[in-house]
Write a protein that binds this ligand. Structure first.
Ligand code: GRF
Length: 197
């Protein structure tokens, strides 16, 4: 059974998609052992608790400096003894120490077709604003391994989504989540959990 630790910052709809996929058997051989948020008020923590999953907040605000926060975050991840760390809308730059320790065992979901609209500054709605500003007709989402760079690690899965003429960043964000993110994040976990990569 693959032990998963999910890191989140916000609403947690990707976390929800993973929990649902485990419940319905779309993901097999995996369990979520802990959900960690850098944001105490993240609704994602409520989603975890309501499923009886261990939920922890590790906020930079509670620590003297970045170094102390980084240590606390890594300790919280380590405590879950995960085989896989899933970043599902986690808006924290990971401590280099953590990336090293969990090399090949951290995956991230990014709301564009990497290498387009990724890297520094491309997160949340900003990705979809940039997509619309450039006028591309196809966007999508990517699940990839995390390395020391920003959105540079090996790609696991991608799914394309159409951009429509009247899209606003929020409308497009929702479509990318529904049609791509909530589909390929569970798929990627299933693939890893079953040695199919
Ligand atoms: C998603 O768009 C994800 O790709 C991005 O942050 C958003 C998270 O949404 N990195 P949620 O918290 O899973 O609802």
């Amino acid at each position: 059974m693959l032990r998963i630790c999910v890191c989140v910052s916000g609403g947690g709809t990707n976390l929800q998609a993973v929990m649902d996929a485990i419940d319905t058997g779309k993901i097999t051989n995996a369990q979520i052992v802990r959900v960690i948020s850098n944001n105490r008020g993240a609704y994602a923590l409520e989603r975890a608790k309501s499923r009886g999953i261990d939920a922890a907040a590790v906020s930079p605000k509670d620590y003297e400096d970045r170094e102390c926060f980084n240590e606390a975050l890594l300790a919280c991840v380590d405590g879950a003894e995960p085989d896989l760390v899933v970043l599902a809308g986690f808006l924290v730059v990971l401590p280099p120490m953590m990336i090293k320790k969990y090399e090949g065992r951290i995956i991230n979901i990014h709301p564009s077709l990497i290498p387009s609209f990724c890297g520094k500054g491309f997160y949340g709605l900003k990705v979809h604003e940039a997509v619309l500003a450039r006028g591309v007709k196809i966007t999508g989402a990517t699940v990839h391994f995390v390395d020391e760079g920003t959105d540079t690690g090996p790609i696991i899965l991608q799914k394309a989504v159409e951009v429509l003429p009247d899209d606003t960043p929020r409308v497009l964000q929702q479509r990318v989540m529904e049609q791509a993110e909530w589909v390929i994040l569970p798929q990627a976990i299933h693939i890893i959990a079953n040695g199919l990569l």
